[in-house]
Design a binder for this molecule. Structure first.
Ligand SMILES: Cc1cc2nc3c(=O)[nH]c(=O)nc-3n(C[C@H](O)[C@H](O)[C@H](O)COP(=O)(O)OP(=O)(O)OC[C@H]3O[C@@H](n4cnc5c(N)ncnc54)[C@H](O)[C@@H]3O)c2cc1C
Length: 243
């Protein structure tokens, strides 16, 4: 059995889970994303309503790039399906192959599987074989330390909403943890210090050389990603998939 202990465990590595992980990892919380299967966004033909891409973007490339961003932020990943969740002092996520991971905080981002939450005191809104997790306006569930994001939290069914939910709820979790106030901004050198203000926690001041170096790294990566068509085809609806 592979035992691990994390600050934050995220079940589901779609757009909501990846975005939540980008925020918790950048706040310095050890973050593990456990994912099994594919984001439903891989079924989309061309993503045209996500801000920042005026002509749209291949959704599979978009997901792959978001995963790299989560890795760059410091997230770890494990492929596997969470089948049971226990909660005593910490959360224990049990995977189908018996692997267990312990974590202080848990984020449910596993559209559309809530079956592993059965043993916990979590309010579910069951609809057919799916169960939405009931949360307060900030993504907290009725179980302390357990949060839900994206479509699992009954958010509207768009990628930008799922991403926003992941970010917003991650910030709630960060504020609930003992990590000091956190804004996650990168600002030009002197933005605070030239006014005699201390740089607040979670904010980074960078000088012009560093700003240009980061811009160049980003430009090179984007050129490479976009230099050739992304050749994954859309995933068909399960009812149409070949056996
Ligand atoms: C055909 C189609 C076209 C779409 N087109 C658009 C569009 O044009 N624009 C738009 O904005 N949105 C579109 N959407 C909606 C968008 O894809 C979703 O709203 C968004 O992906 C929801 O994000 P999420 O992170 O909540 O779920 P997902 O992105 O589906 O991620 C959930 C992840 O959790 C994993 N998982 C589930 N259960 C477990 C478990 N027990 N253990 C571990 N992992 C688990 C899943 O395999 C998946 O990887 C489309 C959806 C479909 C089906």
């Amino acid at each position: 059995m592979d035992d691990e202990t994390e600050d934050v465990l995220i079940v589901g590595g779609g757009i909501a889970g990846l975005t939540a992980g980008i925020f918790t990892a950048r706040a310095g919380l050890d973050t593990l994303i456990v994912n099994d299967g594919e984001s439903i966004l891989r079924r989309n033909a061309h993503l045209e309503n996500y801000p920042g891409f005026p002509m749209g973007i291949d959704p599979r490339l978009f997901l792959d790039m978001t995963r790299v961003q989560a890795e760059e932020a410091g997230c770890s990943f494990h492929e596997g399906r969470v089948t049971q969740l226990d909660s005593e002092e910490r959360f224990t996520a049990i995977l189908g192959d018996g692997t267990e991971f312990d974590a202080t905080y848990l984020i449910v981002a596993s559209w559309s599987d809530s079956s592993y939450l059965e043993a916990l005191d979590v309010d579910l809104d069951r609809r057919g074989n799916k169960g939405f997790v009931e949360t307060d306006a900030d993504g907290r569930t009725t179980t302390d330390g357990l949060y839900a994001v994206g479509r699992m939290a009954k958010e509207y069914h768009q990628a930008v909403i799922a991403a926003g939910s992941g970010a917003s709820v991650a910030l709630t979790l960060i504020h609930d943890s003992d990590v000091h106030f956190y804004n996650d901004w990168v600002v030009p050198e002197g933005y605070f210090t030239d006014r005699g203000v201390d740089v607040p926690p979670g904010i980074e001041e960078i000088d012009d050389d560093e700003r240009r170096a980061r811009a160049e790294t980003a430009r090179e990566a984007l050129c490479e990603w976009l230099s050739a068509p992304h050749d994954d085809d859309p995933t068909p609806h399960p009812s149409l998939a070949d056996d």
